[in-house]
Design a protein around this ligand. Structure first.
Ligand code: F6P
Length: 341
């Protein structure tokens, strides 16, 4: 049968490994044919695709990004978007889609499946905030990139007796900040799940300087102080209604200097966390998701998503995967607090 593949939302390392896994197994074991839609849901809406063959997926395993391109196109909000996809798939003889994405792309996948377009989901996001799977691929790579940055910032912070603040990605969930901060020996970790008390943060910083060490503060882009703050940014929201975040590290820089009298500097890691080659963990997880996604399609398990449960890959309902965001539980965050200050 003919199956379409697409990658949507923010890219992340490991997307190509999934595509390769799907195509390699799908062609050699099941004899299926593959179409790769370009730029997420834009591809099936505008009928923009390329054939995916074993030859075309050779050599892509270690490559970051996605050979198919990505976008935040939302066909559910478009006039006639879902119908156009249905018609385009029918005309091309495509039986179903494998959609690789995060909460937004998989939310659309669920809607499509409900409206009669068979879809199987594969969870990806560096944020690791999807429910129903223990981990998403891309997260381990992002954490390692952030950890390495923190390691480097420690030495320059010590040389200059500065407070260095590292802003990492994480809109609603602080998984990257929590893991990278813990692995990198941060002195304060601030996450979106818990509004932070700036006085407390400054106390930690002063305590750290008393021990002759320079503090590193790791902050998620979505973290907020009690009472909020003005980032001064005014960028229109994307097609899924998400505002563009960023600015909390620079805001902290000013506040910490003013309150403690210590020089503070912000480093915003941004898209560096999403680029480049995936770690071994992400390559293996992404490959296994791909192999299981095509098996699920072959067996007609539409409406499901591949999920990591302990060390096994299982199939879960797409609806369960997007029902609730997975955030950092308070008791886990508390485990890191012993290292604060
Ligand atoms: O969802 C992944 C993510 O990297 C978030 O951590 C971040 O807020 C967002 O995407 C940034 O998206 P964009 O690259 O579209 O600015």
């Amino acid at each position: 049968m003919k199956i379409g593949v697409l990658t949507g939302g923010g890219d992340c390392p490991g997307l190509n490994a999934v595509i390769r896994g799907i195509v390699r197994r799908g062609v050699s074991e099941y004899g299926h044919e593959f179409i790769g839609f370009r730029d997420g849901w834009r591809g099936p809406v505008e009928n923009d695709f390329r054939p995916l063959t074993i030859e075309s997926v050779r050599g892509i395993l270690p490559r970051g990004g996605t050979i198919l391109g990505s976008s935040r196109t939302n066909p559910v909000e478009m006039d006639g978007g879902v119908d156009r996809i249905r018609e385009n798939l029918k005309a091309a003889g495509i039986v179903g889609l494998i959609a690789i994405g995060g909460e937004d792309t998989l939310g659309v996948a669920l809607e499509m499946n409900r409206s009669g377009v068979p879809v199987i989901g594969v969870p990806k996001t560096i944020d690791n905030d999807l429910g129903a799977t223990d981990y998403t691929f891309g997260f381990d790579t992002a954490v390692n990139i952030a950890m390495e940055a923190i390691d480097r910032l420690h030495t320059t912070a010590e040389s200059h007796h500065r407070v260095l603040i590292v802003e990492v990605m994480g809109r609603h969930a602080g998984w990257i900040a929590f893991h990278a901060g813990l692995a990198g020996g941060a002195n304060v970790i601030l996450i979106p799940e818990q509004e932070f008390d700036l006085d407390r943060v400054c106390e930690y910083i002063e305590r750290r300087f008393k021990d002759q060490y320079s503090p590193i503060v790791v902050v998620s882009e979505g973290a907020k102080p009690i009472g909020g703050f003005d980032s001064g940014r005014q960028v229109p929201a994307d097609a899924f209604g998400h505002e563009r975040l960023g600015g909390v590290a620079h805001w902290l820089e000013g506040e910490i200097e003013r309150r403690t009298g210590k020089e503070a500097r912000a480093t915003v890691l941004g898209h560096v966390q999403r680029g480049g080659t995936p770690t071994a963990f992400d390559r293996v997880l992404a490959t296994r998701f791909g192999l299981h996604a095509i098996e699920a399609a072959d067996q007609g398990h539409w409406g499901k998503m591949t999920a990591l449960r302990s060390t096994r890959i299982e199939l879960v309902e797409l609806a369960d995967a997007v029902a609730e965001l997975k955030t950092v539980p308070p008791e886990l965050y508390q485990e890191a607090e012993v290292f604060f200050g």
